[in-house]
Write a new protein. Sequence first.
Length: 461
Amino acid sequence: MFEALSSKLNGVFDRLRRRGALSEADVTEALREVRVALLEADVALPVVRDLVNKVREGAVGQEVIRSVSPAQQVIKIVNDALVEALGGGAGDDGKRGIDLNAPSPVPILMVGLQGSGKTTTSGKIALRLRSRDKKKVLLASLDVHRPAAQLQLATLAQQAEVTSLPIIAGQTPMQIAMRAMDLGRRELYDVVILDTAGRLAIDEALMEEVAQVKLATNPHETLLVVDAMTGQDAVNTAKAFQEKVGVTGIVMTRIDGDARGGAALSMRAVTGAPIKLLGAGEKLDALEDFHPDRIASRILGMGDIVSLVEKAAATIDQAEAEKLAARMQKGQFSLEDYASQLKQIGKMGSLQGILGMLPGVGKIKQQLNDANLDTSILGRQAAIISSMTPRERRTPDLIKASRKKRIAAGSGTSVQEVNKLLKQFDDMSAMMKRMNKMGQKGLMRGGLASLLPGMANKRPF
């Protein structure tokens, strides 16, 4: 979501780094470019003014101009201003994520416009609360206007392995809400998620319905779901809901799209409500906590190693990884193990998403995008391996011409792609065998010698 903004800001900072010392004119010129970049990213004008003024106050000073690394000082000042704009100021640490500090059942009211992803987000939150927080969750759809909305939520509840309120035709949203809260109290649910109806645009009927349900259920959290792809319209929607209904937090969906990112930067400043969660895909587990400091680091090209490690820890099977490591040490790496690795990588998300969390890879990422790399190759390789028999996976040497044709036909690929996969696997197997033979010290010497010819002869390790 922040790729375009990140690219432009890093271009500004690259020019600053090439200058030894910074004059006040240098800082002013850089801030002018930062201002343009923010406006082009669809950040609200008042937010741009406030952010640029804060950066100017900190950057136009002798401590920056005479600093050993003035460009880095300016980047730090911009980073601090971005964190504050995103809602990461002092006193906000305890407000991240959903607040469940209330008597059970805790009512959570989901509000927003139609098409923002509200119902899907309700299912995502239910799954998150059940699996991560070990809560007993009840989902209830109050949407009696959109066809099959209640059935959609019931299906999501089944996928998330939580309970959905039984559907009774003809009930009003108020009656459904009261029935959900009553069931939640009687059957000792920890959380009741109330998914309200949306509209194509904000109108009095929508606001009145939401206000009545809120008054009757007294929700501990009122979460507004907004689509990041709508840009400033998302900010206007959030402002209207905050003024007329009142929200305790915002969930931004479709952040994995090509939105310009201005809505996220504007949301907190315009509404006063914190962004609590980010929806990064259609799958039920594609929901992330919102961390202002980590988002600011991504925007400035400094990566987000903490989020990457958390994602890896959540998706990678530790026991399976240890078992695979032991097999690799014994030289027993097979195509089944390779397929398992492909599956683990797929769980972590797209290659672009992973690269976005690594520090200093903005230019490399752009080069990969410009090269039009085929990112679907991992999926095709997994399909090829799935088309093999168990014996073929364990003993790839058995795979000759006729078997290759069968595997290619079964996986919907070509014989050339099957050959490419087998060659890649052979290269990996050979490398692992060399590693096991050389050991760590031998690998270091041999590896560096191959990378830097003649180095090992000049100076032993």
